[in-house]
Design a protein around this ligand. Sequence first.
Ligand code: DOR
Ligand code: ZN
Length: 377
Amino acid sequence: MSTLRLPGLVDAHVHLREPGYEYKEDFTTGTMAALAGGVTTVLDMPNTNPPTSTPERLADKARRAAAHAVCDVGLFVGATTTEGDAYLPAADQACGLKIYVSDTFGSLRIDTLEMMHRLFRSWAEQAAQVGYRMAGAAHGLGPVAVHAEELMAPVCLALSHIYAVPLHIVHVSRRSEIELIRAAKMRGIPVTCEVTPHHLFLSTEDLPRLGARGDMRPRLATPDDVAALWENLDVVDIFATDHAPHTLAEKGIDVSEPPASPPPGVPGLETMLPLLLTAAHEGRLTLDDIVTRCADNPRRIYGLPAQPETWIEVDVDAAYELRNEGLQTKVGWTPFAGQRVYGRVERVILRGETVYAHGTVLATPGSGKVLFQRVGD
Ligand code: DOR
Ligand code: ZN
């Protein structure tokens, strides 16, 4: 057995579902899944019900997370067609702004160029007042993160360039997109991007086997697209899960009347590190590649505060099969069930406390911190 000490990981893209969809996940179960995956900070997406689109809703979500989370949590605000940039007065208390311009789960979808102009312009104007955290400051705004597939990617790149707003493109999955981002970076556009484990380790060839368990947005891509992500790994700033739990019944699995349109999305918090460590075991990645993309880069891009006395202990030689049984996520399944992996999280230490050991979460709900909240709020 060889135990390695790594920094607490950051998962910069999770859907913890609270409020509105607590039957899928909540701040306690979602952050328990994080700790089991070696993740000590998560950044939570705004497509809840109601969506996190106003200062009041952000404050409500922050209160829930502060009461229930067992790891640290940053919260995205989201743009809506009806409320536009109503989140703006609280923008510096969010980890960033999320804009959905492609098909997704929930009601957050922006579909006019006019609104896109307004959202980028007002983020830039707000940043002119308070700055960006990315520059190393303790306060200020985070980046604009976009779900922008295919032709929507260049639209967002152009707006980022025009308004000088740092852009983060989430879950990049296609050759055309990663090659475009490489070109944009070479041109000096302030863009970063992330890739999920499911787009790195699964493709359309897995769909017959996975069925609805392989349905997410962006959809699984061709083996050539997957190869392109690996070929362009130097362009990939972050590995993040897009942990998007839905119940198997909602997915239409093992139910007598499958739903007409099952929700897209798969859980990922507990399987990311073993999958990446397996790729390292096979020589496709280095440990440094993992730490850079799961800790250093998300910390820099989102301006996250350091977590003192925080680390994870990983047995990199442990060989085992990923299973649905024993998962912390409320939905209790993974599209990677049955896959053999190397690398098991043994212990997680957060601010000097052992919060996870050998399959058991030891932290009490409420011990996680909510990032970027103003003192006294
Ligand atoms: O597969 C997905 N699920 N993609 C998204 O963009 C949203 C997510 C969810 O919230 O379920
Ligand atoms: Zn997502």
